[in-house]
Write a new protein. Structure first.
Length: 421
C-alpha cells in the first residue's frame, strides 16, 4: 500500500491559490530530498555510485539544483537539457548524455561540457569521431533484444529503437580500443515504470555478465555500468514502491558473482532514474470548473491534458484527492475531464469521488515526473506554473505560467498585416 497523503492542508492550499491561481504543479522539497538520500544510502556499498537524474522527467533548474545538492548528476538527451545542465552549473562527468538519433551539434555541446557520452548506435562512433572527435571515455547503450521482456511504455526490446545488439557491442568496443579510447562504460534501459525490484537485479546481472565477457575477450577494463531509469512508482494506492534496499542487495549478489569473482572491481554503478525521484512528490492542483450530467457525469477542471498527459497518452491511473472532502460520505462516479477538444482529455474515467461542485480543489497525485514536462500547446493551451513547497513551509514559484504572449511569440503579426491575399 502507498498512502496517498498530501504535504499540505486544505487551508494551506487555499492560501497558495490566493497568490498563485490554479492550475499549477507543486513539488515537495522535503520529500524529494528524503527520497534522494534513501536512494544514495541504499547503494552506499558501491564506491563511486551515482544517480544521474533524468532531467526530462521535470526539467526545472530549481529541482535540479536541489538534487545536485544531494550529490546527483544529470542525465540529458537533448541540446536544451544540456544547456539547462550548464545553467545550473553542472559540468564534466556529472552529466550523462544518453541520446538517440543525435545531431552533431548536440554531441559537440556534450563534449564541450565534458559530459559522459553514451552512444546509441555503432554508426555513431564514426559520426562522433568525424564531427567532434572521440572523447577518452565512451559508453554504449545495449539493447538485449529477446533476452529481456520489456513493458508497456518502452515495449519489447527487440522492437525498441534504442541501443546496440550484442554483436555490435563487441565490434564497437573493439573499434574504440583500436582508436585509442581508454575508458569504457556500458548502459542499458529496457523498461519504464517497473515496480518489481527483481527486474533491475536481472538487468544488472545481464550487464555484469556482459562486462565480464567483453573484458576478457577484448582486453579492456570497464569503469561503470549504467542501469538506466525505469524505476516505477505506485500510482495506485494498492501498489507498493520499489524496495530499494532489496534491489540493492540483489544487485550486490550479482556484483559479487560476476564482477568481484572475476577481479573486475571496482566497477561503478550508475542509474539515470527520473520518475522515482520526483514523480510522487509533485502534484497538479486544479479546480472544478463545471459539472456536467449527460450520458455520464463529468467534472470539468480548469486544467487539461497539456498539464498532465499521462492518462490520455497511456491510460495511466493518477490518484485524485479532493481536499476537505476526503471523508465525505456521498460518493459519485465521474469522468474527470480537461478542456481540450480531444475526447481522451480525461484525467480519470469512471472514478468514484466525493460529490463535487464547481470551485472544489482537485489534487492529482504523482505528477512530479513526466507531468508538466510533457506539456504542449495544442489547441492553444498554455502550460501552467510550477511551485515549490520548501522545507520551511514557504512556497516559491519556480516557473511562471505561460501567457498568450508566449504562445504568439513565434508569430509575426506585423507581417500578417502586410500579407496580401
Ligand atoms: C526517460 C529516460 C530515463 C528516465 O526514465 P524514468 O522512467 O523517468 O526513470 C532514463 N534514461 C533514458 C535514456 C531515458 O530515455
Amino acid at each position: 500500500m502507498s498512502e496517498k497523503v498530501l504535504p499540505f492542508t486544505k487551508e494551506k492550499l487555499e492560501e497558495i491559490i490566493e497568490k498563485y491561481p490554479t492550475p499549477f504543479h507543486i513539488y515537495d522539497e522535503r520529500a524529494i530530498k528524503s527520497y534522494a538520500r534513501k536512494f544514495l544510502k541504499a547503494f552506499s556499498w558501491i564506491k563511486g555510485f551515482k544517480e544521474y537524474y533524468a532531467i526530462k522527467a521535470a526539467p526545472n533548474p530549481y529541482l535540479m539544483k536541489i538534487l545536485h545538492g544531494e550529490g546527483f548528476g544529470i542525465d540529458c538527451s537533448s541540446l536544451a537539457e544540456l544547456e539547462l545542465a550548464a545553467k545550473v552549473g553542472m559540468k564534466g562527468e556529472e552529466i550523462m548524455f544518453t541520446s538517440n538519433d543525435t545531431p552533431a551539434e548536440e554531441f559537440r555541446k556534450a563534449a564541450e561540457l565534458g559530459a559522459i557520452i553514451n552512444l546509441d548506435d555503432i554508426a555513431h562512433i564514426k559520426y562522433l569521431e568525424d564531427n567532434v572527435g572521440l572523447p577518452e571515455l565512451v559508453c554504449f547503450r545495449y539493447n538485449p533484444g529477446p533476452l529481456k521482456e520489456g513493458n508497456t511504455i518502452i515495449g519489447r526490446p527487440e522492437e525498441a529503437k534504442y541501443g546496440f545488439t550484442k554483436n555490435q557491442l563487441f565490434e564497437g568496443y573493439r573499434i574504440l580500443k583500436e582508436k585509442g579510447v581508454k575508458r569504457f562504460g556500458l548502459h542499458t534501459m529496457v523498461a519504464s515504470n517497473e515496480l518489481d525490484p527483481n527486474y533491475f537485479v536481472e538487468t544488472a546481472q545481464i550487464l555484469f555478465e556482459l562486462v565480464a565477457e567483453l573484458s576478457s575477450k577484448l582486453g579492456i577494463r570497464f569503469e561503470f555500468v549504467n542501469l538506466g531509469g525505469g524505476i516505477g512508482i505506485p500510482y495506485k494506492p494498492e501498489q507498493k514502491p520499489v524496495d530499494l534496499d532489496l534491489m540493492s542487495q540483489g544487485i550486490k549478489g550479482e556484483y559479487d558473482k560476476y564482477i568481484v569473482a572475476n577481479g573486475l572491481d571496482p566497477l561503478k554503478i550508475f542509474f539515470e532514474s527520473g520518475r522515482a525521484i520526483t514523480g510522487p512528490y509533485g502534484y497538479l492542483v486544479s479546480k472544478v470548473l463545471h459539472i456536467k450530467d449527460t450520458y455520464k457525469r463529468y467534472a470539468g477542471l480548469d486544467s487539461c491534458m497539456s498539464d498532465l498527459m499521462r492518462p490520455a497518452l497511456y491510460g495511466a491511473y493518477h490518484h485524485i484527492t479532493v481536499p476537505g472532502k476526503e471523508n465525505s460520505a456521498t460518493k459519485m462516479l465521474y469522468d474527470v475531464t480537461g478542456s481540450l477538444c480531444e475526447n481522451n482529455d480525461k484525467f480519470a474515467i469512471n472514478r468514484i469521488l466525493p460529490k463535487l461542485e464547481p470551485g472544489d480543489i482537485i489534487v492529482i497525485h504523482d505528477a512530479g515526473a513526466h507531468g508538466h514536462s510533457m506539456g504542449f500547446n495544442y489547441n492553444g493551451k498554455l502550460r501552467s506554473a510550477e511551485l515549490l513547497l520548501r522545507e520551511n513551509g514557504e512556497v516559491v514559484q519556480i516557473r511562471r505560467a505561460e501567457t498568450l504572449a508566449d504562445y504568439f511569440a513565434t508569430l509575426d503579426f506585423k507581417g500578417i498585416a502586410q500579407f496580401k491575399v
